[in-house]
Write a protein that binds this ligand. Sequence first.
Ligand code: UDP
Length: 248
Amino acid sequence: MSAPRRVSVLGIPVDCVDMARTLTAVDGMVAGGLPRTILAVNPEKVMKAQHDPVLRRALDGAGLLIPDGIGVVYAVRMLWGERISRVPGAELMPAICGLAAKRGYKVFLFGASREVNEQAVAKLQRRYPGIPIVGHHDGYVDEAQMPHLIDEINGSGAQILFVALGSPKQELWMEKHLPRLQHVRVCQGVGGTFDVIAGRVRRAPAAFRRTNLEWFYRLITEPKRALRQVALPQFTLAVFRAKLSSRS
Ligand code: UDP
């Protein structure tokens, strides 16, 4: 299958994929010879990358950029006429785990607190019997200890690595450490997904997800994120401006 079309939203690349296409790409990446990243693109990250060159480099160099936020889906439809749908990172990770259980891909979970990390591993093992989880580590590792963690990941033979450090920390971690990973072929940045799998944080109820208002649910249930969501109106405005200037 040919590579998905890659378009750009305010200068940030996004792949025109749906869930099925993404999983096909994951199979291809595991069979490939190099470690590749899967990063989620949402309005907040697009705005942050405008003035964060390291994050931007990580996004530019990613193997796959999934349209994680509804704002990005609408922007791609409006600017490029591509009828893509959302691929939320929090749904992609369990889907990749299902694939790993089926194909025998070796998985490593890095990130979140020790307790959350262990609970996420236990839940995944229950949900996907036979999934080869070959290692896991919490996300609170100081730089001096990082070489040991890299050795642990390499020693485990993991082919798929989930990194849950939040954004942009996880993107920066990958940018720095990916070249030293020997067997990893797919490295997905999953933000707070371990907390969701562990049952510590609930995703928005179905009604919010169906109506594309998951962002609104998070805003009212986690008010400390409000500051981060200032990026949403800025993003919307910038996309409309881009559309207008492309017309003129
Ligand atoms: N985290 C971590 N190490 C750190 C900072 C954060 O493992 O040094 C974890 C934190 O415990 C949580 C996740 O990263 O599990 C961040 O989740 P958040 O929802 O903030 O990420 P987002 O999806 O918004 O990027």
